[in-house]
Design a protein around this ligand. Structure first.
Ligand SMILES: Nc1ncnc2c1ncn2[C@@H]1O[C@H](COP(=O)(O)OP(=O)(O)OP(=O)(O)O)[C@@H](O)[C@H]1O
Ligand SMILES: [Mg+2]
Length: 363
């Protein structure tokens, strides 16, 4: 059993400020949990505390049903892959992979079996005799993962393992890591500040800011109901668009009114009292584009277009505001062209402009 339970974990490096404050989370056996958050929010610190290479100021880490606070890293059944790979430069790939097993005094035959099996999974057989300085970034990264696999850990901890790779290799390795998780049946905790990685890899994502969890949920839950504007911004790429709106009532239903464009909400009537003014958030992929003027649309003008693979990003201006719409690339659009933008009610997120919190219950 390799469930992980974080119980009221705190970390204080200095006397003044908590780097992590009262973190609690239960991670299921074989789950792929992604820790997502901006630089400095405490992701690596949390991972290192689970690995046992950082002291815990307060609280407990349980792996399976054992409290591991007092256990050495090597006795916790975890293996960690670091952002900078942390390979031993004077050892060959084979020696790098064998080292942790030798320390555990594992028999040579078993060591060899594991190294050969990991080399097979990662296709690094031809590299086994090389030194790290003779490897490309992507190869080093595979070796770093290989060094973790041979330990046959119950728990894999990965700290931004792909951040040093170029975009193409990163996409490939992301798929490799997903396959690895399917194949190894271990629990994964994966740190990143890349929302695409988070959404594609995670069974659940824990979004962190300033040493606390802001929202924990499946990628779909977080996309469909971000708890606040910070999460909505962080999970959206290209960035989410915001429009100022007023809540108005028409025949017993509540609409968001954006300069006369009315979009229906599922809010109860009393919402108007609490939130007369709101911020309406809509992701670029959820906007509808019309070339002819129509009711309940906003007139916009194309500032420039950006082609991304088979999609096109329309960078529009609405009054003085920059607004982005993502469409599949099936039509040409010209700079300066007038378009009319409509919003899909079920994809509109409404936030309180002061607290920035989501005011709408999930549909
Ligand atoms: N050894 C240390 N001593 C003092 N402060 C530290 C130490 N290690 C990290 N910190 C501080 O703790 C906070 C969290 O750092 P951490 O490395 O966990 O962030 P992170 O979320 O992993 O960021 P990044 O995305 O940049 O890797 C930062 O403010 C950092 O400066
Ligand atoms: Mg970090």
């Amino acid at each position: 059993m390799s469930s992980i339970s974080l119980k009221s974990l705190s970390k204080q490096y200095t006397n003044e400020k908590h780097t992590l404050e009262n973190i609690s989370l239960d991670i299921k056996d074989k789950e792929f949990l992604v820790l997502l958050g901006p630089s400095g929010c405490g992701k690596s610190t949390l991972l290192r505390m689970i690995a046992g290479i950082e002291d815990i100021s307060q609280g407990e880490v349980h792996i399976g049903d054992v409290c591991v606070n007092e256990l050495e890293p090597k006795d916790r059944g975890v293996a960690m892959v670091f952002q900078n790979y942390a390979l031993y430069p004077h050892m060959t790939v084979h020696e790098n992979m064998a080292y942790g097993l030798k320390i555990k005094k594992m028999k040579k035959s078993e060591r060899e079996r594991r190294i050969q099996a990991a080399a097979e999974i990662l296709q690094i057989h031809p590299l086994l005799k090389r030194l790290p300085s003779q490897l490309s970034g992507g190869q080093k990264q595979r070796v770093a993962i290989g060094r973790a696999i041979v330990k046959e850990p119950k728990v894999f901890l990965m700290d931004e393992p792909l951040s040093n790779l170029d975009a193409k290799l990163r996409n490939e390795m992301r798929i490799e890591i997903k396959k690895l998780h399917e194949r190894l049946n271990s629990t994964f905790i994966y740190v990143t500040h890349d929302q695409v990685e988070a959404v594609t890899l995670g069974d659940r994502i824990a979004i962190m800011t300033e040493g606390k969890f802001r929202q924990i949920g499946t990628p779909l839950e977080i996309m469909e109901c971000p708890v606040d504007m910070f999460v909505a911004n962080f999970i959206s790429s290209p960035p989410i668009n915001y429009l100022d709106a007023e809540l108005v009532e028409r025949e017993g239903r509540i609409y968001a009114d954006m300069d006369g464009m009315l979009v229906e909400t599922n809010l109860p009537l009393e919402a108007i009292k609490h939130h007369p003014k709101v911020k309406a958030g809509i992701r670029p992929e959820h906007c509808i584009i019309l070339v002819e003027k129509a009711i309940n649309t906003l007139p916009m003008e194309i500032l420039f277009t950006e082609i991304i693979g088979t999609d096109v990003l329309l960078h529009l201006t609405y009054k003085t505001q920059h607004f982005i719409v993502k469409k599949s690339f099936d039509q040409t659009y010209a700079k300066g062209q007038k378009l009319y933008v409509a919003l899909q009610p079920k994809h509109m997120h409404l936030f309180d402009p002061h607290t920035q919190k989501n005011i709408r219950s999930p549909r």
